[in-house]
Design a protein around this ligand. Structure first.
Ligand code: FES
Ligand code: FES
Length: 164
């Protein structure tokens, strides 16, 4: 039984929406997102920081949400995969993943896509070594990675054409 005095109040902004939550001190950000907010697009793979499936963007930086405590996210802004769609339309990175056949079972895809978003936000035209570095530590059991690397290039092209 949790001592109610050990509960913490946090205020977070997720995909543009404000939430005020009361959570136990040991609850991970991944659990906050999936179990408190019911945003199940963020996946739990290893649960120990090794696979990248649980990646979200926290104040502009991709983080493994299984390694971040919910209380550490207090007063911060989070983007999950559900936050990428704009008025019902897929984000260009999501389109690129589909077009390049970079999604098979899809379990790893939300983490990859958010890591790619963070990369392209800071570096709109990355070279292959930068792509590989940004995606290092993201594991995919299905695609063999080549199609994912192609999707990143395609996404960069799409975003640059749209901004012209
Ligand atoms: S579930 Fe977080 S890194 Fe694997
Ligand atoms: S598409 Fe299946 S794990 Fe990556």
């Amino acid at each position: 039984m949790i001592n109610p005095q050990s509960m913490h109040s946090i205020s977070i902004k997720v995909n543009g929406k404000h939430y005020h939550l009361t959570i136990p001190p040991y609850m991970s950000l991944l659990e906050v997102i999936r179990e408190e907010l019911h945003l199940t697009g963020t996946k739990e793979g290893c649960g120990s920081g090794e696979c990248g499936a649980c990646t979200v963007i926290l104040d502009g930086t991709p983080v493994r949400s299984c390694l971040v405590l919910g209380v550490e996210a207090d007063k911060k802004e989070i983007i999950t995969i559900e936050g990428l769609r704009d008025r019902g339309k897929l984000h260009p990175i999501q389109e690129a993943f589909i077009e390049a056949d970079a999604v098979q079972c899809g379990f790893c895809s939300p983490g990859f896509i958010l890591a790619v978003k963070a990369l392209l936000d800071r570096n709109p035209n990355p070279v292959m070594s930068e792509i590989k570095e940004a995606l290092g530590g993201h594991l995919c059991r299905c695609t063999g990675y080549e199609s994912i690397f192609k999707a990143v290039k395609l996404a960069a092209d799409k975003i640059s054409k749209r901004s012209k």
